[in-house]
Design a protein around this ligand. Structure first.
Ligand SMILES: Nc1ncnc2c1ncn2[C@@H]1O[C@H](COP(=O)(O)OP(=O)(O)OP(=O)(O)O)[C@@H](O)[C@H]1O
Length: 273
């Protein structure tokens, strides 16, 4: 088979082995999503492993972003959208009516396709979440959270002397790392990334990919990507969606070298997409 993806298979296999024993963080069972009459996701069963990167791939419109948005209930904000089935994080049903959605979204952070810093200072972009969630007892603690979050997002050295400047004054890649720092600042357990590099140049993309690899030590990451190369570089597990169906999920190197399903094979060899 002639996959379009160049795999550094030794690295990919070592990375998959390193996370192989990690427990499951999120379990989705029989998930269906409708936008009005449109049945966008059908009977999806999918496990997300803790402290690993899971990539969601598939052709445009297959339901990747829809599934991602189920994981922090962002679909609740779309009036016509209806979700059925069960999604549990650490065995807790995240669609339980008793559950506080604001708390859920602090536990399951999100980074979007287009960097979207608030029109506020770099400091305030990161401090906002910890402040509203009461995570700092005083100014010194808040400053510490901001500094740590910027360091973990690989941005601190570039901005430490200009924390008062507007977040929007940064380059696109820096803005995306600022958005990652903002997500990290409220100590989430899971970070969802919806095509986080699609608006970035190759150098900024490489930095974000390196960062994702570092972040998986502490966070569970789910990333939607149009780039099979990116999925191969950053993820340990890959899920392939097609026409609203989860076709298969497996170890990334297996999906790109020995997929079980013909549809996956056709996709990774570029027969459609
Ligand atoms: N807000 C919405 N209202 C109505 N239909 C929607 C909405 N969002 C998505 N859809 C439909 O649901 C299906 C899945 O869309 P989704 O955006 O999840 O796919 P995707 O795989 O992420 O696509 P892409 O790679 O192009 O971003 C598509 O047919 C899309 O048109």
């Amino acid at each position: 088979m002639n996959s379009m993806v160049q795999l550094d298979s030794a690295t990919a296999i070592a990375a998959a082995a390193a996370v192989a024993g990690n427990p499951v963080k999120i379990v989705a069972q029989g998930v269906n999503v409708y936008y009005g009459e449109k049945h966008a996701l059908r009977d999806v069963d999918l496990d997300i492993q803790e402290r690993a990167v899971t990539a969601l791939i598939g052709p445009s419109g297959c339901g990747k972003s829809t599934f991602l948005r189920c994981l922090n209930r962002m679909n609740d904000t779309i009036p016509a959208c209806r979700v059925t089935g069960r999604i549990a994080m650490d065995d807790q049903d995240i669609y339980d009516p008793q559950l506080d959605v604001v708390q859920l979204r602090a536990r399951v952070g999100m980074v979007f396709q287009k960097p979207n810093p608030f029109p506020k200072s770099i400091f305030e972009n990161v401090a906002y979440g910890p402040r509203i969630h009461g995570l700092a007892r005083n100014k010194a603690e808040l400053e510490e959270i901001v500094a740590i979050s910027l360091k973990r997002a690989g941005l601190f050295d570039e901005v430490k002397d200009r924390l008062g400047d507007s977040g929007t004054s940064l380059s696109g890649g820096q803005q995306q790392r600022l958005c990652i720092a903002r997500a990290i600042a409220v100590s989430p357990e899971v970070i969802l990334m919806d095509e986080p590099c699609s608006a970035l140049d190759p150098i900024a993309t490489a930095k974000i990919e390196e960062l994702i690899d570092e972040l998986r030590e502490n966070f569970t990451i789910v990333i939607v990507t149009h780039s099979m190369q990116q999925a191969a570089r950053v993820s340990q597990r890959t899920a392939f969606f097609h026409l609203g169906v989860l076709v298969e999920i497996g170890i990334t190197s297996d999906i790109f070298t020995t997929p079980k399903d013909r549809r996956t094979q056709d996709y990774i060899t570029g027969r459609f997409g």
